[in-house]
Design a protein around this ligand. Structure first.
Ligand code: ADP
Ligand code: AMP
Length: 214
């Protein structure tokens, strides 16, 4: 069976990096530049956790607090449903005309099993944008974010667990795509503006390589 979405029409860019590296912030900026639909795996999971009648609320809550990976069946399905809903709804702009679409899939895939499943069954991703900085920088950003985010995992104990999961489970995913020449690494230690410039240039290059108008 081919994937649900044809990657010649639907562009998927995975956005990876450690917790607090700046993925969500930069995705927001790339949405403004290129009209992407930004799907954050973490946001979708938090919404599902809080959805009345969800069978997965407790499972997701525990995984998030412990910094663990939520089982792929749940995460991949949520992403696929969100893509289907977005395409059904439609969006303005050339990137969404004639059955086309462009998605930034943020915080995904965080583990090899979800990478393989999504590429094979949902949509083959074009590239991985990898935001890289030190744990020291990420910790500082997350603790600052924790002052207002209300997130149960923006505390030192959960953050340490998230760093461990990232190194253990997510770095192998980045290495896997790097071997395929699909990873573009960006140092996200600099200011939001500087990082954004680099990310935007990179996406423009991808569009040019694919013959897609930005
Ligand atoms: P992620 O999605 O990777 O977990 P966020 O985009 O939520 O990270 O960023 C984590 C925190 O750091 C947020 O409070 C954000 O405002 C801040 N932040 C993001 N990028 C930068 C940057 N380049 N410089 C300083 N702070 C940043
Ligand atoms: P984030 O919002 O990206 O910081 O993610 C917060 C938490 O949600 C993570 O620590 C995981 O527990 C869970 N999560 C986010 N993305 C995924 C994913 N791709 N697969 C499984 N769990 C995820």
């Amino acid at each position: 069976m081919p994937p649900t979405f044809d990657n010649r029409k639907i562009m998927v860019i995975y956005v990876l990096g450690g917790p607090g590296a700046g993925k969500g912030t930069q995705c927001g900026r790339l949405v403004e530049d290129f009209g992407f639909c930004h799907l954050s795996a973490g946001d979708l999971l938090r919404a599902e956790q809080n959805r009345e009648g969800s069978n997965y609320g407790d499972l997701i809550r525990t995984c998030i607090r412990e910094g663990n990976i939520v089982p792929m069946e749940v995460t991949v399905k949520l992403l696929q449903n969100a893509m289907e809903a977005t395409l059904k709804e439609g969006r303005p702009g050339d990137g969404w005309a004639n059955g086309k679409g462009r998605f930034l899939v943020d915080g995904f895939p965080r583990k090899m099993d979800q990478a393989l499943k999504f590429d094979e069954e949902v949509c083959l991703a074009s590239m991985v944008v990898f935001f890289q900085t030190t744990e020291e920088v990420m910790l500082k950003r997350l603790l600052k974010r924790g002052e207002t985010s209300g997130r149960e995992d923006d505390n030192v104990e959960s953050i340490k667990k998230r760093f461990h999961t990232y190194k253990d489970q997510t770095m192998p995913v980045i290495h896997y795509y790097a071997k395929q020449g699909k990873v573009a690494e960006i140092d996200s230690t600099a200011s939001v503006e500087v990082v954004h410039k680099e990310a935007s240039t990179l996406v423009k290059k991808l569009f040019a390589a694919q013959g897609t108008p930005a």
